[in-house]
Design a protein around this ligand. Structure first.
Ligand SMILES: Cc1ncc(COP(=O)(O)O)c(C=O)c1O
Length: 706
């Protein structure tokens, strides 16, 4: 019998509940982690979850995320975590240890390599928060062969094969206490026990006192304590964390436990625990893997999100098959200003000296960008699903403005998460969102940009799934979001096709769009994806032109992107060798994203689309060109594509036709002033800043100035 099974059986025999404790490896310092694990054991912890830090944990609260970032600052990697467990085992740690974390660092390290190393170090199992069931089966079967046993949340097919089940009780902002008082936890427990055939259950989230521990374990076999331990460690005087945690655990369990004699790692009974009595589970087929674009896409999310995503997928599929849904969507075309115009750019064409350049003017839509197409579609979907509140993330602020607009139109409460760095550099759009009645929440974690806003939006969504729909702004995130966003943005490519046929009765030779997450690009490209004569060209942000992801966000075109799992989806990602997501740079907030939509990743892989990049300087030159040659002021996102459409038009040559999508009509004065002041002012001789109103704000209030 393996260590976890034995542990829960022993607790049951002794007539006491199990305490499962969590600590992030390397928090507050890497050197203290073995001491803290030993202290937990001495205070009566029965199982230790050792958190594998990740830059972008979408399901964890602020306390755990803070500890993740501190641990990463302290240089923690999977290799150093394995060493921490080895050290602690040598000093007498005998309770089972589980690695708990997100899949990307594990994928990067290599599953089989990790299993072999875990066996040697004395790691007993894994909780991989975001591994989808179909992949969990593969990993679990490998665990069966290698020794340790994997664990994931309650998925019905695998319940019976788990060593214990971890239930995180958070719904609509309520911790387990509310469940308990309403007997919901008891009900849930009965159901889980029935489905699993009696597998032990530990319940977590919000447990911090002995009274709560006893409350939870009056119905469950154990309780998990994490955030409280991290908080106590964060508040502990330097070097005293382990002693404080030992006292704390003892208060919870009313026990103290002595370490066993030190022993050398190879003889460690934990490392040799056999899992070979586990049945081999049948691997699912490709067809049962939802939302894949080749090998990309999927749903790498915590269990808590799957029900809601399934509900969303079902609602979306019903809506798009229902002509009345589309009739309703189209009925708002006068409101959002569709169709947007398609026209030639004659002076830009002459400047390029090649193919005729056409502009698809998504900037003329209501709210000034393509984002309204998606925001409208998703709010109609949310209404069908009976949701009453909307949350959204935003980078440049255009998606936030579009979402705030449709929320005002349909009378829905709107909360927009925005990295505080973007709040600063996109102040005008913050002002617009607030005028429209939205609450804008600046996100202070991580790099304080779009990726952190997405993390925060997912976290917020998890706590209010029943009432709230998350209108994601790009073709990113877990299935079905990339498909939903592409569907609503495809109007761009469909209209372009029809309009060009009316004007020149032929397909274009190439379509060009900038790529942040990829919503405008996928919307333009998708309707042409089955027309092989049409080149699909995405332009990413090449940043300051230097190599290394911190200098750009050219995920597909720079050669520094690699396959990973980020924000719930398998796609190309900018990451380091440990699977931690890189900080990126772009002069434009809307392109400053270290991942990319999975469908674009697939088109790159199969050669259907080509991706190139434009540097900050090239984008500024593109901005200048469109202003001076066509009298159109583009946003910095669009400016990246302008820089390259000139090259594409030359490549295609005279007689050809290239459509370039322009999707925003506002240059944000903050971009000009804070990101690129001297370059912009040099280009515009001071005019640009002078003609655009400048809004200054702080997070509480906004004042207008010029
Ligand atoms: C005007 C504009 N264009 C493009 C983008 C890039 O996003 P996506 O690649 O999803 O179209 C953004 C993102 O905020 C934007 O605001």
């Amino acid at each position: 019998m393996d260590q976890l099974k034995k542990t829960f059986a022993r607790c049951a025999q002794e007539g006491r509940p199990a305490l499962v404790t969590y600590v992030t490896a390397g928090f507050p310092t890497a050197a203290e982690t073995p001491d803290i694990m030993l202290a937990m054991q001495a205070g009566g912890a029965d199982v230790i979850e050792l958190g594998l830090p990740f830059t972008d944990p979408i399901a964890d609260g602020p306390t755990i995320q803070m500890s993740n970032l501190k641990a990463l600052d302290n240089g923690v990697t999977i290799s150093s975590m394995l060493q921490m467990v080895k050290d602690a085992r040598q000093r007498g740690l005998h309770v089972p240890v589980l690695f708990m974390g997100y899949y990307n660092p594990i994928m990067r390290y290599g599953e089989s390599e990790l299993l072999a190393a875990s066996r040697t170090a004395g790691v007993d199992g894994f909780i991989i928060v975001d591994l989808p069931p179909e992949e969990a089966v593969r990993f679990r079967n490998q665990c069966r062969d290698a020794g340790p046993v994997d664990h994931r949340g309650p998925h019905e097919n695998s319940l019976r094969n788990c060593r214990f089940l971890y239930i995180s009780c958070v719904q609509n902002g309520c911790h387990w206490r509310h469940w308990h008082s309403e007997s919901l936890l008891l009900e849930l427990m009965k159901r889980v026990k029935h489905l699993s055939g009696g597998v032990p259950v530990a319940v977590g989230f919000g447990v911090s006192t002995r009274e709560q521990f006893l409350g939870v374990t009056s119905v469950a076999d154990g309780a998990v304590i994490g955030s409280e331990i991290i908080t106590q460690l964060a508040n502990a005087p330097a070097g005293q964390g382990a002693a404080i945690i030992q006292d704390y655990c003892s208060q919870i369990t009313c026990r103290t436990v002595k370490p066993t004699e030190p022993h050398s790692v190879p003889e460690n009974p934990h490392s040799s625990s056999s899992s070979s009595n586990l049945p081999v589970l049948e691997q699912s087929t490709e067809a049962s893997r939802p939302g894949r674009f080749g090998t990309f896409g999927g749903q790498y999310v915590p269990e808590a999100l799957t029900t809601c995503l399934n509900e969303l997928e079902a609602g979306f599929n019903t809506a798009i098959d229902d002509p009345t849904f589309w009739a309703e969507y189209r009925s708002y075309y006068p409101y959002i200003g569709r169709p947007s115009s398609l026209h030639q750019a004659p002076r830009l064409t002459s400047h390029a000296g090649g193919a005729t350049i056409w502009l698809k003017r998504e900037d003329l839509n209501h709210t000034g960008s393509h984002k309204i197409n998606n925001a409208l579609g998703q709010i109609l979907l949310a209404r069908r699903l009976g949701k009453t509140e909307i949350i959204a993330e935003t980078g440049a602020g255009q998606h936030g403005v579009a979402t705030a607009t449709v929320c005002a139109k349909f009378g829905m409460k709107c909360t927009v998460y925005m990295g505080s760095e973007d709040v600063r550099r996109q102040a005008l759009n913050v002002f617009r969102m607030r005028l429209l009645g939205a609450t804008v929440i600046p996100v202070e974690s991580g790099s304080r940009t779009l990726r952190d806003a997405v993390n925060e939006a997912f976290r917020a969504w998890i706590t209010r799934l029943n009432t709230t729909h998350y209108i994601i702004g790009s073709a990113i995130g877990p299935h079905p979001f990339p498909t939903i966003v592409r569907t609503f943005q495809s109007i761009i490519g469909q209209e372009t096709k029809t309009q060009l046929a009316q004007q020149i009765n032929r397909l274009p030779d190439a379509v060009v769009a900038c790529v942040g997450g990829g919503s405008n690009a996928v919307g333009m490209f998708y309707p042409f994806s089955e027309d092989p004569s049409v080149q699909l060209i995405g332009v990413e942000a090449g940043g300051d032109g230097a190599t290394g992801p911190e200098h750009h966000c050219a995920t597909l075109s720079s050669g520094s992107g690699s396959v990973g799992v980020f924000h719930g989806v398998r796609t190309y990602v900018l990451q380091n060798e440990h699977g931690q997501i890189s900080d990126t740079h772009s002069v434009s907030a809307g392109l400053d994203y270290p991942g990319v939509g999975p469908e674009l990743a697939h088109w790159k892989e199969v050669g259907r689309a080509r991706f190139i990049s434009a540097t900050d300087d090239e984008a500024l030159e593109g901005l200048r060109l469109l202003c001076r040659l066509e009298g159109i002021l583009p946003a910095l996102e669009t400016a990246h594509a302008i820089a390259k459409v000139v090259d594409v038009a030359r490549e295609v040559g005279v007689g050809g036709h290239v459509v370039f999508m322009k999707e925003d009509n506002t240059v944000n004065p903050q971009d000009a002033t804070l990101n690129a002041t001297h370059r912009l002012l040099k280009i515009s001789s001071g005019q640009l800043y002078a003609v655009v109103p400048c809004y200054r704000h702080n997070s509480e209030n906004i004042t207008e100035g010029y």
